[in-house]
Structures are given as structure tokens and as C-alpha cells.
Design a protein around this ligand. Structure first.
Ligand SMILES: Cc1cc2nc3c(=O)[nH]c(=O)nc-3n(C[C@H](O)[C@H](O)[C@H](O)COP(=O)(O)O)c2cc1C
Length: 341
């Protein structure tokens, strides 16, 4: 007898979600994940998607498997128990900014199903470092101890002038380090004016000096990683890697979304960062280039949607990987389809 297997997500859930405006669908899915622990059997249902363990230790942290949730999906840290139940090896919440902000006007997320891509220009909508810090403190106080590392990705508040970026990141770092297993410095989102210029030599050094200086004062300093853009020229990447080494960062996250929309030729283009399949090749190339010049751990992200694309990132030199857009198109089964030996 042949057993009929249907992919519940692709055949039933995704068509419903894709009828909604992308951001509404996002809130709907996140709302469900946030509520899952309160529904009898909710977390048990999510655990059915979890892949077998593939443990490893990277920058001093233990990961039960190398696949993490990329920044931007759970910006405010609302659904951590659900991510853990789904089998993610780690979660990067954020981007969190020093001040709460509403982000850009809606609509600001766009789907390109034939390319398995998204464009977003959210602009760091988030509850701000105070509220997110308190939320994670409360989660701990409730007795919940995530068994997976929780990274917190921090970025610059829109109202803060670029010259004062260091102080802005420092504020978030101070509010959040105690509840984070690692901190990611986001200098690569395309939707905050000028943010990417913090990848340039002088500005990057100033930023790293402030944050790593503060980190060194802690009894237990946290691993700090830098998240880079795929649009930095190859020579620029080598310079960034050497500055990261100089400041003894724990690793580099490669990459954020791209401003290169060439892959969408013929489609209705929208302003913002492109993610998903069209980003895959360039982000893999960035990982290769970085691996060539540094031994720092690399978290590879960009267009991972199946075993092949996951393997490609690991072979290029990534120690861990993260997914975002692939999860929108493939659903929670994605995790167990990625072969990450
Ligand atoms: C809707 C959306 C929001 C995002 N928000 C953030 C963010 O707040 N901070 C960040 O560092 N990256 C953010 N990203 C980028 C992702 O973390 C990831 O680097 C990028 O999408 C490439 O991975 P993917 O092709 O698997 O989506 C966002 C991506 C998307 C699609």
C-alpha cells in the first residue's frame, strides 16, 4: 500500500498565508508560534518538525545543530520556546535598536514566488532595547531556560546621527548583553539611511572600539559578531575581516539582504533588500572570500532553501547557517530537509 504524504505547509498553510499581505501573514504565523506554549500539545506538535541532533561547538557556545533562525523574523523575541521546539540550533532575535521605532510605512514586505524571493524595507520596526531586554528577563524569571543559544542582533536607531552610532549600539549592548548568548552588530541592513557606511574602515573601528571596550569590562564577555552586506566589494570584505580579527570578534555573519535587484528583471521592483534564492550565489561567494582571508567562525545566510544550498554554504566555509526566506517558502519542514553533517 502506498502511503499518501502531503506537505501540510506547502499544500495547505502556505496558500492561506500567501493570500494575505506578507506582513499580516508574518504576524499571523508569529502570533501562532508565540501562543504555542499555552496551547495543550502546542510545543509537542512543533517538536515533530525537529531534525536529529548534529551537535557542534562554535565560538565557545554549544549548538545542538548548526541551523539558526536569521535576524528579522522574531525581532522582539516573542516566540523563543517555539523556535527551540521546532528544532532550531539557535535563534537570532532583533534587529533591536536603542529606541523603539515603527519602521517605514506599509506595505514594506513583498513576495516574488517565482524567484522564491522577498524584498523588505521594514526599517528596523521593533520594541526597543529596554522592552526586549525586560521581555527576555521575564522569560528567564518564569523558569524557562532555552537549551539553545539566543543571539541578539542590534542596530542603530533611525533618529541617531551616524556620528553617534557607537553610543546608540552601546545603549542596546548594555541593556541586552545579560540576556544574550551572543551579540550581532548589524551594520548591513539597507533600510536605515547610512547604516552600511559603518562597514567602512574608520567608522567600523570606532564602533568596535566602543562595543568591544565595554564587553571587555564584563565578568563574562559575550561573543560579538559582525553582520555584513553582500554588496561590499571583495577588497572591502578582506579589510572588514582584518578589522574583526584586530578587535577579536567571535565571528562574521554573511550576509544581509542585497540591493542588487537584477535577478528580478521583468517583475515589479520595489525598494528594499532582496533575500531568498537570488541572493544565494553572492552570499556563498562572500563566505568563500571571507574564509580565504580569516579563520574567524562564519555564520552563512542567504538563499538557503534545501540540502544543496545548505551544503554549499558549509562547503564555502560557514560553521553555522541561518534561514529566513526559505522558511517562508518551505515551512517548518525545511529544517529536517537540510543536510548539515
Ligand atoms: C522581512 C525580513 C526582515 C529582515 N530583518 C532583518 C533585521 O532586522 N536584521 C538583520 O540583520 N537582518 C534582517 N533580515 C535579513 C535576514 O536576516 C537574512 O540575512 C537575509 O534575509 C538573507 O537570508 P535569506 O535569504 O535566508 O532570507 C531580514 C530579512 C527579511 C526577509
Amino acid at each position: 500500500m502506498t502511503r499518501l504524504t502531503i506537505d501540510w505547509y506547502e499544500q495547505l498553510v502556505r496558500p492561506i498565508l500567501f493570500r494575505m499581505d506578507p506582513e499580516t501573514a508574518h504576524h499571523f504565523a508569529l502570533g501562532f508560534l508565540k501562543t504555542a506554549p499555552k496551547i495543550p500539545g502546542g510545543l509537542a506538535l512543533l517538536r515533530r518538525f525537529a531534525p536529529p541532533p548534529r551537535p557542534r561547538t562554535v565560538f565557545g557556545l554549544h549548538f545542538c545543530n548548526p541551523v539558526g533562525l536569521a535576524a528579522g523574523f522574531d525581532k522582539n523575541g516573542l516566540a523563543i520556546p517555539a523556535w527551540e521546539a521546532l528544532g532550531f540550533g539557535f535563534v537570532e532575535i532583533g534587529t533591536v535598536t536603542a529606541r523603539p521605532q515603527a519602521g517605514n510605512p506599509r506595505p514594506r514586505i513583498f513576495r516574488y514566488p517565482s524567484e522564491e524571493a522577498l524584498i523588505n524595507r521594514l526599517g528596523f520596526n521593533n520594541d526597543g532595547a529596554d522592552v526586549v531586554g525586560q521581555r527576555l528577563q521575564r522569560l528567564r524569571a518564569s523558569g524557562f531556560r532555552p537549551s539553545i543559544p539566543i543571539g541578539i542582533n542590534i542596530g542603530k536607531s533611525k533618529v541617531t546621527p551616524l556620528e553617534e552610532a557607537g553610543q546608540d549600539y552601546l545603549y542596546s549592548f548594555r541593556r541586552l548583553h545579560a540576556v544574550a548568548d551572543y551579540i550581532a552588530l548589524n551594520v548591513s541592513s539597507p533600510n536605515t539611511p547610512g547604516l552600511r557606511s559603518l562597514q567602512e574602515d574608520k567608522a567600523l573601528r570606532q564602533l568596535l572600539e566602543v562595543v568591544t571596550g565595554e564587553n571587555a569590562l564584563l565578568a563574562a564577555p559575550k561573543p560579538i559578531l559582525l553582520k555584513v552586506a553582500p554588496d561590499v566589494a571583495d577588497e572591502g570584505l578582506a579589510r572588514i575581516a582584518s578589522v574583526c580579527e584586530e578587535f577579536a570578534l567571535a565571528g562574521i555573519i554573511a550576509t544581509n539582504t542585497t540591493l542588487d535587484h537584477l535577478a528580478l528583471a521583468g517583475e515589479d521592483d520595489e525598494a528594499g533588500g532582496l533575500s531568498g534564492a537570488p541572493l544565494r550565489a553572492r552570499s556563498t561567494r562572500v563566505i568563500e572570500l571571507l574564509r580565504h582571508v580569516t579563520r574567524l567562525p562564519i555564520i552563512g545566510v542567504g538563499g538557503i532553501s534545501d540540502a544543496r544550498s545548505a551544503q554549499e554554504k558549509l562547503r564555502a566555509g560557514a560553521d553555522l547557517i541561518e534561514v529566513y526566506t526559505g522558511l517562508i517558502y518551505r515551512g517548518p519542514r525545511l529544517l529536517s530537509t537540510l543536510e548539515t553533517r
